[in-house]
Design a binder for this molecule. Structure first.
Ligand code: GDP
Length: 358
């Protein structure tokens, strides 16, 4: 099918007469590229899921030619993005993230929300086998007409995965998805990353043996807009209630958030679909309050500024490290450092100076 050719654009070889054949060829290729991107964009805007998948595949592809098309597509989508609530969901493996997203996502999709599920998993590699694993486990949601599920982009750095996820958010929103669930597992900085691209951050917890607050990264408590204690069913109900009280007390000790939102602690059983509606009510309340006090859009603006700087940092870093000359000189300097023939600062100054003069 012609429209499916976004990833397989043929380069053609019929130069127009009269002008430099190379230039003519370049212009032709660039025009063809524009048509392909425009076509994909139009289908994506209609909410066409295969087009959305194709767009995300472009964004995830590291080949410069695909990156160029991806950038054009993202740019076209930008004015159509933003009309959504972006919800970050985190918790240790086994806490019930997949079960929760299946239950919560289905509830929202049944209500007529258009739900996109994304994941940020820095452990995911091209060969697969990531911690967040196989999204087809969400059987109901996968087949729901109002839902779209995409596994984590793979990449060799969290920065790379994060950039691709940011762009994927934009494409999903342009395709009409108004409720984004972005899942992550606490590896390295992945929670901070997801927090920096979402409006509402939800931490899933389990009731433990009275030591709920142990082993929890301090920063995560501060990021959370809600803590949801999952598996509050059967014999677990009582310990879950105790954990709820304990978390509530602990949250009081944290300074008030700039948004004036005070984080809440709720119980749920993702498996038995209990407490799901209350969680949505809470998020709706959050959205309403923060839109009223202006913090919702302010936070997104702050996030955009952060991402602008982040993109520059990543770009500069990758240009430096990918430069053939640096690839040659850096190992030499590292060896010199090992042999005490230079200092870290001297070596860095030398390399940066060399880079500047290239
Ligand atoms: P994830 O690793 O965080 O995605 O966790 P999963 O969603 O895969 O859940 C891990 C296990 O906990 C599975 O066996 C689920 O069936 C179970 N589970 C998830 N939510 C609940 C719940 O609310 N109640 C009970 N009893 N089990 C649950």
């Amino acid at each position: 099918m012609k429209a499916e050719s976004a990833l397989n654009e043929s380069e053609g070889n019929q130069p127009s007469s009269g002008i430099n054949p190379n230039l003519a060829e370049k212009i032709k290729t660039s025009r063809r590229r524009e048509v392909v991107v425009e076509n994909l964009f139009q289908r994506l805007l209609q909410g066409d899921k295969p087009a959305l998948s194709q767009g995300i595949t472009l964004v995830e592809n590291n080949h410069p030619r695909h990156q160029e098309k991806a950038a054009q597509l993202v740019e076209k989508c930008l004015p159509h993005a933003n009309r959504s609530i972006r919800i970050g969901i985190t918790g240790v493996p086994g806490v019930g993230k997949s079960t929760f997203i299946e239950s919560f996502g289905s509830y929202l999709a049944d209500k007529g929300k258009k739900v996109a599920v994304l994941a940020v998993d820095p452990t995911s590699t091209i060969s697969g086998g990531s911690i967040l694993g196989d999204k087809t486990r969400m059987e109901t949601l996968v087949n729901h007409k109002n839902a779209y599920i995409r596994p984590s982009a793979s990449g060799d750095s969290l920065g790379g995965v994060a950039k691709k996820t940011r762009e994927t958010i934009i494409l999903c929103e342009a395709a009409g998805f108004d409720t984004l669930l972005i899942e992550t597992v606490g590896v390295g900085q992945s929670e901070t990353t997801v927090h920096s691209m979402t409006d509402f951050f939800l931490l899933l917890k389990l009731a433990g043996a009275g030591d709920e607050l142990q082993g929890i990264k301090r920063g995560i408590m501060e990021m959370a807009d809600a803590i949801v204690i999952n598996k509050a069913d059967g014999d677990n109900r009582k310990p879950a209630k105790r954990a709820q009280a304990e978390f509530r007390r602990a949250l009081h000790l944290y300074p008030a958030k700039e948004s004036r939102w005070s984080p809440k602690v709720l119980l749920c059983s993702a498996y038995y679909n209990e407490g799901i509606e209350e969680i949505w009510e809470l998020i709706s309340d959050f959205e309403k309050k923060l839109k009223e006090n202006g913090h919702f859009s302010r936070k997104r603006q702050e996030q955009n500024k952060f991402w602008l700087l982040q993109t520059i940092n990543e770009h500069l870093k990758s240009r430096f490290y990918q430069h053939p000359e640096m690839k040659k000189l850096l190992p030499q300097q590292l060896t010199a450092l090992e042999k005490n023939k230079t200092t870290p600062f001297e070596a860095a100054a030398f390399l940066l100076e060399k880079y500047r003069s290239l």
